[in-house]
Design a binder for this molecule. Sequence first.
Ligand code: FES
Length: 277
Amino acid sequence: MWEYTDIVKEHFLNPKNVGEMKDASCVGEVGSIACGDALKLFLKIEDGIIRDASFQTFGCASAIASSSALTELVKGKTVDEAMKITNKDIAAALGGLPKEKMHCSVMGEEALEAAIKSWRGEKVDAVEHSEGEIVCECFGVTDEQILHAVRENDLKTIEDVTYYTKAGGGCAKCHEKIEALIAQARGETPAPTPQPAKKLTNLQRMKLIEEVLEKEIRPRLQMDGGDIELADIDGLVVSVNLRGHCVGCPASQATVQGTVQGILREKVDPEIVVREA
Ligand code: FES
C-alpha cells in the first residue's frame, strides 16, 4: 500500500471547498469516470483574481487531496499566476505524493488550465480537453499530454508516463508510441522494439503468466482500487477473478480482454485468451 503524508491524509479526510459552485465564472472538467478518475473545478474570478474555488471529484484519496489542495493554492491568485501552477506545485503542497499517484496532481493542473482557458474564451474540448491526437485509447490520453508530462517531470520510462498520465496502463497497445514520445521529448532516439521471446514450455508459460499478473497487472488495477486473482491456466486460456472496484465495474470486460489479455499477449504469448472464471 502507498505511504501518504499527513497533509494528504488531512486533505482527504477533511477536504476543503467541496461541491458545485452555482455562480462560478468558469469550470474545468477533466478525466472520465470510466477511467477511474474525474475532476470538475469551479472558479469564481473577479478583476482577474480568483476569489473562490471548489471542486467535485470521482477518484481515490489522492485525487480528493490533490483537488482540495489545488483549490487552496489558487484562491487569491491572479489568473496569470494560477496558470503557472503545475502538477509539481500541487504535489509539493501535499508534502509529496506516491509516484503511482502523480496522475492525480496532473489531473489538477489540467482542470485548472481547462477552467482558465474557458474563462478566457479559448476553445476547450470538454472530453479530450487537450490538444493533440489520442495515443492511449484505454485512457483517452493525447500525445500533447504525454509530451507535456515527460518534459515537465523529467519522465524516462513508460511506467513513469503511466504514473503521471495513466497512458499505457491498460492493454499496452500504445507502449511503442509512448516510447517514441518519451524519446521525442527528451531529444533521444527511441529504443529498438524488443524481439519476440522464443517459444516457452507449458511450465515456463505458467510461471511467466503468474509473474506478469503479480508484478505488472495487479499493481495497475490496484491503482484504481481494483484487483485480480488467477483462477486457472489451461494451455493458452487464462481464467481470472476480478476483485475490489473491478467487480461489477461497467468496464470489467475491457479490463479482462483489453488490459489483462493485452499485457499477457505482449509479455507472454500473443495467442493467450483471458476470460473471467
Ligand atoms: S491504448 Fe494505451 S493502454 Fe490501451
